[in-house]
Ligand binder design. Sequence first.
Ligand code: AMP
Length: 283
Amino acid sequence: MIIIKKADALSQLLFEKKKNRKQTGFVPTMGALHHGHLAIIKKSVERNDITVCSIFVNPTQFNDDADFIKYPVTIEKDILLLEAAGCNILFLPPVSEIYPQGIQNQPDYNIGFLETVLEGKFRPGHFQGVCQVVHRLLQIILPHTLYIGQKDYQQCMVIKKLLSLTQLDKDINTEIVPTMRELDGLAMSSRNTRLSTDARQMAPLIAKTLQQIKENIVPGKIDTLIQTAILNLNNAGFKTDYIELANAETLERIDNWDVNQKAIALAAAFIDEVRLIDNIKIN
Ligand code: AMP
């Protein structure tokens, strides 16, 4: 695996590879890699000649300074894991390579409704930051396929919208990889390493609660089911930002469910000052 820190050097190298008809897969990450990331890397390695992974803790997508400062960094371990997974190129840029004009004065992306609900509502500015970094990375790398995780379901929708806004979707395919979980059901996340022992034991309750919604949902009004789920988490010590049932294609909230509606249950909750998110498709 080669490690590249300069955007121009990476673009140049990939340009040469593409001239030789090499298929490129790209996996953007913020590092502190776990098996969820590695599952995505492996998928790209299986299907492409070249897999590029980026590790960049993007300052513009953190709406909470403390979360940014505490974001885990394990770069040496990450390099070993990427090599073992068969990744070919690690892009490890400093902030100045991603934002050569500085982090201010970034374009505004018109992602509409997606920015007003769920993560968009609770993390103002977050998805603008995601669009800024993903747009820049895609311009540098121009992969054939971009690989992203269902764990961040709304982010997947935002990235798809970004690709269509920028017309990058003409050249770049997007593949969404299912969420990898720990044996107890907890969705793998870099932030899990920040959980205390007690909080780590409690954390799978988010996935269990979403699973219960899936098992108990019946057509009709679902407000009691959702309120019970929120109460369940809060009584166990979580501070729940939201639990919602939404249309799986638009993310519009569903208050009255019918079996023909493709739905997804999504949750965000703090435990121990650590904010975790998860989602489960209902049908
Ligand atoms: P992050 O480093 O958290 O920004 O995540 C980088 C990519 O890995 C994103 O596309 C995430 O959706 C994806 N990802 C994170 N956690 C998981 C997981 N548990 N299973 C599958 N993909 C994941």
